[in-house]
Write a protein that binds this ligand. Structure first.
Ligand code: ADP
Ligand code: MG
Length: 737
């Protein structure tokens, strides 16, 4: 029965909308469409709990109030008809229902029967606002659930769609629930016992028709485990495959480049860097390609660790490529690596040390003779280190022996791009180190990046000062903007430099963050107030205004993504060299930019940035041992969600805590690369935020299973569930890593 078509199980008419709206085709599909929540039939709903947008289908418990019957002329028939309006109450406000009927007798009869004043009923229908009646809430043509019809206290509410009511799903599920007995049980019974999980048939019965919340909870635990288990098996298999790919060990040599660098390094590695380096060097020495994710706050010293790994492969006769997401970053990496290496980067030059190598930079703006030379040095192997942007991925770029690929800020690169670079390895798959400054909550790392080993740098190198973050609320205190600029001037007078960051280049334009960084902009808040800084947050308007007014006399430059690369490079160089006091920019300065003397940042219309982005941005200051100051200027009203977000950023510098908050705000559906709609998706019940325990349990079990039986030869059902997952999953989801 499980695989039977819905058309035969519930009839063509009922099946049609289930297929069209929710993509459900078989009985099994329908029974795997789990309730989103349960409605306590004993408890009157509140608007507050609904969190539903206008126009959506809802299922609610209301208390019935009085009703009015009004006659009107039916335009079609020309006859008098009756409209019955019933007032019902949520715990926190009224909602109106309208029923149209041909004849007065029928309307009132049905309503009297089902909606007698004072009774509590369950209604499903579309929630709308009637703007002719002072915006009152209405339920149009609601379906009334007859309690006698379904005598449970907990009413399952299903993910529905704009066109399909939850109770239609519920009725269909009731018709086919017996088929739960035929559901294939994916879990070996050994695992079911070990993890104290229900059998699948019982879990399905309880998830759809629980007697109480305990049953619903136990059922959810079992079904979540299945989901997480299948995903984790897919990831474990991928890891297993990668581990069995042949790679070339790169063990380096003593007296080589790494040792020479050690001797001239201006600081010692922190204990944390030491640990991570050992992990990386051990991977590089193995027979299989490294696949490692290195997480660490901005400024935690990832780049130095990566550089040392690059030197190790150069010592082994190989080459390393460093892929950066933007031109500015690639240039900065090249500059700072060159500075760290000093003469060790002058390989091939007269008088250079024997162990020296050569570093080349290859970006979109490398053209003509410089490009030809860079290509030649990469192809001949003369360049031990090649730093670049997407330009590195082009076909003409060839390496003599690419041994290590370092990807900076991985979330900006797609899988295909990384694969394109990895394919440039001559006769072996290169080792790969992926770095990210966006802290990733542990469970997301487990699910989305489940096939990478992870390392983390959790402490900042000594000498790093704190950053104080303050919200400047222009909604309440518009005059404070003058104090902001006065403070900027003060900072410059103390010999420091200041970043001023605008969300957009020109006034009236969408926030620049979205198109310049590829990051999701924060969801638009309906409550953005008219007090918003508006033109203030536009770089082209602000910069001249500051030069002419509040910051006159200071050396001020602008930087944004639409400037030609040479111009950007010139400005960044001037700022790094201390010749610019105030840099007014968009988010191009976001990642990796490192100017020790910059101590203050002003973020305009800060509510326009996402939580993680704000955190990244402020990481630019306080890097040189001087305390940093970050001002979040906003026009968002006190008490708004936008302000709460800014307050959260101001309250903590814990990147992991902020990443979790960000995840919550963005809704995990987006993080995993698919919307959380009513349609079938790959993680139906499991929440990467709330179910970390289950995910972890499932992960351990999956790893163990795959270790003993990589192809799942002994578990054909699981094997086909995993295959199914591969077929369904958006490539983005499994391939995110
Ligand atoms: P990330 O790439 O993680 O943002 P970087 O590697 O750019 O961090 O390091 C930030 C700054 O800290 C750089 O100026 C770097 O030279 C310096 N740094 C890195 N490691 C140490 C250390 N162990 N001690 C002192 N300074 C360090
Ligand atoms: Mg960096």
């Amino acid at each position: 029965l499980w695989d039977a078509k819905l058309t035969s199980a519930v009839g063509a008419r009922s099946a049609k909308p289930l297929t069209a709206e929710l993509g459900l085709v078989t009985v099994g599909d329908l029974l795997s469409h789990y309730p989103r929540r349960y409605l306590d039939v004993d408890q009157v709903s509140t608007f507050a709990e609904l969190r539903t947008a206008e126009g959506e289908m809802v299922t609610v418990v209301v208390k019935v109030g009085h009703s009015d019957i009004a006659p009107y002329r039916d335009r079609r028939t020309g006859r008098t008809a009756y409209r019955t309006e019933v007032e019902a109450r949520f715990a926190d406000g009224p909602v109106w229902m309208t029923f149209f009927d041909q004849a007065r007798g029928r309307a009132s009869g049905r309503i009297e029967r089902q909606l007698s004043p004072g009774s509590t009923v369950v209604l499903s229908g579309r929630l709308t606002r009637n703007h002719y009646k002072r915006g009152r809430w209405e339920l149009t043509h609601p379906e009334v659930t007859d309690p006698d019809d379904d005598p449970t206290v907990l009413l399952p509410v299903y993910p529905a769609s704009a066109k399909l009511r939850s109770d239609v799903v519920r009725r269909a599920v009731r018709l086919v629930l017996d088929a739960a007995e035929d559901a294939p049980d994916l879990l070996p019974s050994r695992l079911r016992e070990e993890h104290r999980l229900l059998g699948v048939a019982q879990a399905l019965r309880w998830i759809h028709r629980p007697q109480d919340r305990r049953q619903a909870g136990a059922a959810a635990r079992r079904l979540k485990f299945d989901e997480a288990f299948v995903t984790q098996i897919a990831l474990a298999q991928r890891r297993h495959r990668q581990r069995s790919e042949p790679g070339r060990p790169r063990r380096g040599r003593s007296g080589g480049l790494l040792d020479a660098f050690e001797a001239r390094m201006p600081f010692r590695l922190t204990p944390g860097q030491d640990v991570v380096e050992k992990e990386i060097l051990a991977d590089l020495a193995a027979e299989h390609p490294m696949r490692r994710l290195l997480q660490g706050e901005v400024g935690s010293g990832k780049t130095v660790v990566a550089l040392r790994a690059m030197l190790r492969v150069v010592d082994s006769g190989g080459q390393a490529a460093l892929l950066a997401p933007t031109e500015v970053l690639a240039q900065q990496h090249a500059r700072s690596i060159r500075a760290l290496l000093g003469p060790l980067a002058d390989g091939g030059r007269l008088g250079a040390a024997d162990e020296a190598t050569r570093l080349v930079l290859l970006t979109g703006s490398t053209t003509g003779a410089a490009r030809r030379e860079a290509l030649l040095e990469a192809a001949s192997g003369a360049a031990g280190i090649v730093v670049g942007t997407h330009a590195l991925l082009e076909e003409q770029v060839v390496f003599a022996d690419l041994a290590l690929v370092v990807v900076d800020e991985q979330h900006r690169f797609g899988v295909e791009q990384r694969a394109a670079l990895a394919a440039k390895g001559a006769d072996s798959v290169p080792h790969e180190l992926v770095m990210t400054a966006t802290p990733i909550p542990r469970t997301v790392a487990m699910t989305v990046f489940g096939d990478l080993e992870t390392s983390a740098l959790t402490e900042l190198p000594a000498g790093r000062a704190t950053i104080q973050t303050t919200v400047v609320p222009l909604a309440e205190a518009p005059g404070w903007i003058d104090r902001v600029w006065a403070r900027v001037r003060e900072e410059v007078e103390r010999g420091h430099q200041v970043y001023v960051v605008c969300p957009r280049i020109a006034a009236g334009e969408a926030a620049a963050s979205a198109w310049e960084t590829g990051e999701e902009p924060p969801e638009d808040e309906p409550e953005v107030t008219s007090v918003g800084t508006g033109a203030l947050g536009a770089l082209e308007t602000l910069a001249p205004a500051l030069t002419a007014g509040a910051l006159s006399g200071l050396a001020l430059e602008t930087l944004h993504g639409r400037m030609p690369p040479e111009e950007k490079e010139r400005v960044m160089l001037a700022f790094s060299a201390g010749r610019v006091d105030v840099l007014v920019s968009t988010t191009v300065i976001e990642v990796g930019v490192d100017v020790a003397n910059a101590t203050m940042m002003v973020l305009l219309d800060a509510d326009r940035f996402g939580v993680s982005q704000l955190h990244q941005l402020r990481g630019r200051v306080g890097r040189g041992g001087h305390p940093g100051l970050c001002l979040l200027v906003t026009g968002a009203a006190a008490g708004s969600a936008a302000r709460a977000r800014l307050d959260a950023v101001a309250a903590t510098t814990d990147g992991f805590a902020l990443a979790e908050l960000d995840l919550e705000l963005r809704r995990e559906g987006n993080v995993l690369g698919h919307e959380q709609s009513g349609r079938r998706s790959d993680l139906r019940l499991v929440s990467v935020l709330r179910d970390s325990d289950i995910i972890e349990e499932a992960r351990a079990a999956a790893i163990e299973l795959v270790r003993g039986d990589p192809d799942l030869a002994t578990e054909p059902r699981l094997a086909s569930a995993v295959e199914d997952l591969h077929r369904r999953a958006s490539p983005e989801y499994l391939d995110r890593a």
